[in-house]
Design a protein around this ligand. Structure first.
Ligand SMILES: Cc1cc2nc3c(=O)[nH]c(=O)nc-3n(C[C@H](O)[C@H](O)[C@H](O)COP(=O)(O)OP(=O)(O)OC[C@H]3O[C@@H](n4cnc5c(N)ncnc54)[C@H](O)[C@@H]3O)c2cc1C
Length: 494
């Protein structure tokens, strides 16, 4: 049997990014995926009624828009169209207008009244330096970034909790915005690094935006897969891997899997001590997700929320903080913080005329089997009376179901590992190069490595660069082969 240069286990965005980086260096690569379709957390499927296409996991792609990996790949030149809602994210409140984050700091600040000045003071310097800050944050936090002084401007806000950041604004709308966006960290809002999570996502909203992929997130991974094949790589689906012995022979194996899975798959190819460290890796809370097909757009009372791609639902800073604290304490909140995404606001192609797609999730304790549909719908109804009357069909996944469907999301943790400071720096174990393992032919390339969860491909790219450096003597990112369309002089496809 011929030996391949590399096998990648898992065709999520990071596994595909790893395979593309290796293929660009001229290596022979095969990706082995357990599910019947590629994409992992970036798939799209008819989850409710025929003709209505739902993103199974990710929909909102600020990280893809900002990712140096996707810039390298030329995502948009290859046919992925990122479409932007007028409002990146909205946060309705019970009393009066809620908070709204738009495409620029000036537009956002203009709607915050007296607090607009403080908002502008906090975010203008960060957005102006986004070109230095974003690549520094989306990289392993172990060396100096390319532009250390410009990137360092992020440190003061990043070293605060969401609570600390919110105190800078004497306005309930601005404080609620900070709560909602920082709660993506899935941690109590008085803990580090919730401020960093919120600040990064807010900077992205006001620079690259919070777009969705026209046609659904599947388009993004399908384009990655087609490009990999164009570059000579190969993808096999429907083969779950439980041992390295099941894989074709190769010089290296890269795994887009959770650390607990790596320990089992590699078995005694890895030393006992390292496997024990993998098993000590800590996962965060889970999510319970609901997808709906609707007969009309969500009737938000707050008009800004009707034009938003994402709506953070849960009320004031204090109410969101209380809900997240409940989850951290192992309880299911009666009034959870709910993250709502409404892609058809900007991409009607996902459903037949007159139909709308909506998804929402709330955080729940790890491994929860509790169906939170009623609590989630009650929270949406609180800010959008009449919402329930529009429901045509729904599909719910509890946190336990999430893990069943996506083995990386241990206990339903969609970030594959809690974002404590230690696990941000050393993910998944304490090593200088955390993509490598004690076996020089085995590498990690999924979101349990830096920079963590999200569709950005950076874990895959850095995992591949580690293998390229250690085994193949390639010391820098190879050039991406030029897209076929550009070679023919057709220009960008979009
Ligand atoms: C409900 C939900 C909403 C989300 N929303 C967003 C969002 O809006 N924006 C965003 O940026 N991110 C979002 N995310 C997170 C995002 O989907 C993930 O961070 C991202 O997909 C991680 O990519 P990955 O390649 O590391 O892992 P995954 O996407 O999980 O891919 C791993 C792949 O490996 C395969 N695999 C695992 N084990 C094996 C095995 N043993 N054998 C063979 N194959 C295996 C899996 O089937 C999967 O295809 C969301 C996630 C969820 C669950």
């Amino acid at each position: 049997m011929t030996e391949l240069d590399a096998v990648v286990v898992g065709a999520g965005p990071n596994g595909l990014a790893a395979a593309l980086t290796l293929a660009a260096a001229g290596l022979s690569v095969r990706v082995v995926e357990g599910a019947d379709t590629v994409g992992g957390g970036s798939r799209t499927a008819e989850l409710t009624v025929p003709g209505v296409r739902h993103d199974v996991c990710s929909t909102v792609h600020p990280l893809a828009a900002a990712s140096p990996f996707f810039t390298w790949l030329g995502l948009q030149q290859r046919g992925v169209e990122l479409v932007h809602p007028e409002v990146a994210f909205a946060h309705p409140l019970d009393a009066g207008p809620g908070g709204v984050v738009r495409r620029s700091v000036a537009e956002t600040a203009a709607e915050l009244g007296a607090a607009g000045k403080a908002w502008s003071r906090a975010f203008t310097p960060l957005v102006e330096r986004a070109d230095a800050i974003v690549p520094a944050v989306l990289a392993p936090l172990r060396g100096l970034p390319d532009h250390p002084l410009r990137a360092a401007r992020f440190a003061p806000i990043a070293l605060r909790s969401a609570e600390g950041v919110a105190k800078r604004f004497d306005d309930p709308r601005a404080q609620a915005l900070v709560a909602g966006v920082s709660a993506h960290a899935m941690m109590p809002l008085d803990k580090l690094p919730t401020g960093a999570f919120g600040a990064l996502l807010t900077v992205l909203a006001q620079s690259v935006g919070w777009p969705v992929v026209r046609g659904g997130s599947q388009v993004l991974v399908d384009v990655m897969t087609d490009t990999l094949r164009e570059w000579g790589g190969d993808v096999v689906t429907g083969q779950w891997v439980s041992s390295l012995d099941e894989l074709p022979r190769s010089r290296v194996v890269l795994l887009d899997v959770a650390p607990s899975q790596l320990a089992g798959i590699a078995g005694d190819r890895l030393p006992k001590r390292y496997r024990a460290a993998l098993r000590r890796y800590r996962y965060g809370p889970g999510v319970c997700k609901v997808d709906w097909a609707l007969s009309g757009p969500v009737p938000w009372l707050d008009p800004a929320a009707r034009r938003a791609g994402t709506v953070h639902v849960g009320g004031t800073f204090e109410q969101v903080a209380a809900a997240e604290a409940e989850v951290a304490a192992g309880r299911h909140p009666d009034e959870p913080f709910v993250l709502v995404v409404q892609p058809t606001v900007v991409d009607p192609s996902r459903a037949p005329a007159g139909r709308h797609v909506l998804w929402a999730y709330c955080h729940v304790p790890s491994h929860s089997t509790v169906d939170m549909t009623a609590a989630i719908e009650a929270q949406i109804e609180r800010f959008a009376p009449g919402f329930r009357d529009l429901i045509v069909a729904r599909s719910t996944l509890t946190a336990a179901d999430e893990q069943e469907l996506h083995p990386n999301y241990v206990g339903g943790d969609i970030n594959v590992g809690i974002a404590t400071l230690r696990q941000m720096l050393f993910r998944p174990t304490v090593r200088w190069d955390t993509y490598s393992t004690p076996d020089p032919s085995i590498y990690l390339c999924g979101s349990a490595t830096p920079p963590g969860g999200g569709v950005h491909g950076m874990c895959g790219m850095y995992g591949a660069l580690s293998a390229l450096r250690r085994v193949f003597g390639v010391r820098s990112l190879p050039d991406a082969p030029v897209p076929a369309s550009s070679r023919m002089g057709a220009g960008a496809i979009v």
